[in-house]
Design a protein around this ligand. Structure first.
Ligand code: ZN
Length: 90
Protein backbone atom coordinates (compact mmCIF):
# COMPACT_ATOMS: atom_id res chain seq x y z
CA UNK A 1 0.00 0.00 0.00
CA UNK A 2 2.80 2.40 0.83
CA UNK A 3 4.32 1.65 -2.58
CA UNK A 4 1.11 2.76 -4.32
CA UNK A 5 1.11 6.01 -2.32
CA UNK A 6 4.77 6.54 -3.20
CA UNK A 7 4.11 6.05 -6.93
CA UNK A 8 1.01 8.28 -6.82
CA UNK A 9 3.02 11.02 -5.14
CA UNK A 10 5.78 10.61 -7.73
CA UNK A 11 3.28 10.82 -10.59
CA UNK A 12 1.75 14.00 -9.10
CA UNK A 13 5.21 15.54 -8.70
CA UNK A 14 6.07 14.73 -12.31
CA UNK A 15 2.76 16.20 -13.52
CA UNK A 16 3.35 19.34 -11.43
CA UNK A 17 6.89 19.71 -12.79
CA UNK A 18 5.75 19.23 -16.38
CA UNK A 19 2.93 21.75 -15.93
CA UNK A 20 5.29 24.37 -14.51
CA UNK A 21 7.69 23.76 -17.41
CA UNK A 22 4.82 24.18 -19.88
CA UNK A 23 3.79 27.44 -18.19
CA UNK A 24 7.35 28.75 -18.45
CA UNK A 25 7.48 27.77 -22.10
CA UNK A 26 4.14 29.48 -22.73
CA UNK A 27 5.36 32.66 -21.03
CA UNK A 28 8.51 32.63 -23.18
CA UNK A 29 6.37 31.97 -26.24
CA UNK A 30 4.12 34.93 -25.40
CA UNK A 31 7.17 37.14 -24.89
CA UNK A 32 8.52 36.02 -28.25
CA UNK A 33 5.14 36.85 -29.73
CA UNK A 34 5.19 40.31 -28.16
CA UNK A 35 8.71 41.08 -29.39
CA UNK A 36 7.81 40.94 -33.10
CA UNK A 37 4.84 43.20 -32.34
CA UNK A 38 7.16 45.88 -30.95
CA UNK A 39 8.98 46.36 -34.29
CA UNK A 40 5.55 46.45 -35.93
CA UNK A 41 4.60 49.23 -33.50
CA UNK A 42 7.92 50.84 -34.29
CA UNK A 43 7.08 50.65 -37.97
CA UNK A 44 3.77 52.30 -37.19
CA UNK A 45 5.61 54.98 -35.23
CA UNK A 46 8.01 55.31 -38.17
CA UNK A 47 5.07 55.77 -40.53
CA UNK A 48 3.68 58.38 -38.13
CA UNK A 49 7.03 60.17 -38.13
CA UNK A 50 7.10 59.99 -41.93
CA UNK A 51 3.58 61.44 -42.06
CA UNK A 52 4.64 64.23 -39.71
CA UNK A 53 7.88 64.88 -41.61
CA UNK A 54 8.14 68.44 -42.68
CA UNK A 55 10.27 70.26 -45.18
CA UNK A 56 13.80 71.08 -44.16
CA UNK A 57 15.43 74.42 -44.79
CA UNK A 58 19.10 75.34 -44.88
CA UNK A 59 20.35 78.12 -42.68
CA UNK A 60 21.73 81.02 -44.73
CA UNK A 61 24.44 81.58 -42.10
CA UNK A 62 25.75 78.17 -40.96
CA UNK A 63 24.31 75.92 -43.66
CA UNK A 64 22.68 73.49 -41.22
CA UNK A 65 19.38 71.88 -42.21
CA UNK A 66 16.47 72.37 -39.81
CA UNK A 67 12.65 71.98 -39.81
CA UNK A 68 10.83 74.76 -41.63
CA UNK A 69 8.65 75.35 -38.55
CA UNK A 70 11.75 76.49 -36.63
CA UNK A 71 12.73 78.88 -39.37
CA UNK A 72 13.63 82.48 -38.49
CA UNK A 73 13.29 84.77 -41.47
CA UNK A 74 15.35 87.93 -41.76
CA UNK A 75 16.35 90.03 -44.77
CA UNK A 76 14.39 87.66 -47.02
CA UNK A 77 16.49 84.63 -46.01
CA UNK A 78 15.89 81.68 -43.70
CA UNK A 79 17.98 81.08 -40.60
CA UNK A 80 18.13 78.23 -38.07
CA UNK A 81 17.92 80.52 -35.05
CA UNK A 82 17.35 84.12 -34.06
CA UNK A 83 21.04 84.37 -33.20
CA UNK A 84 22.04 83.53 -36.76
CA UNK A 85 19.30 85.80 -38.14
CA UNK A 86 20.69 88.79 -36.25
CA UNK A 87 24.31 88.09 -37.22
CA UNK A 88 25.57 90.13 -40.15
CA UNK A 89 25.42 88.28 -43.46
CA UNK A 90 28.64 86.43 -44.21
ZN1 ZN B 1 22.42 78.75 -38.55
Amino acid sequence: MSRIIFWLALVFLVIFAVRSKIREAQKRHQQQFREPQQPAGGARAGAKVAAEAETMLQCAHCGIFYPASESVQARGRDYCSAAHATLPAA
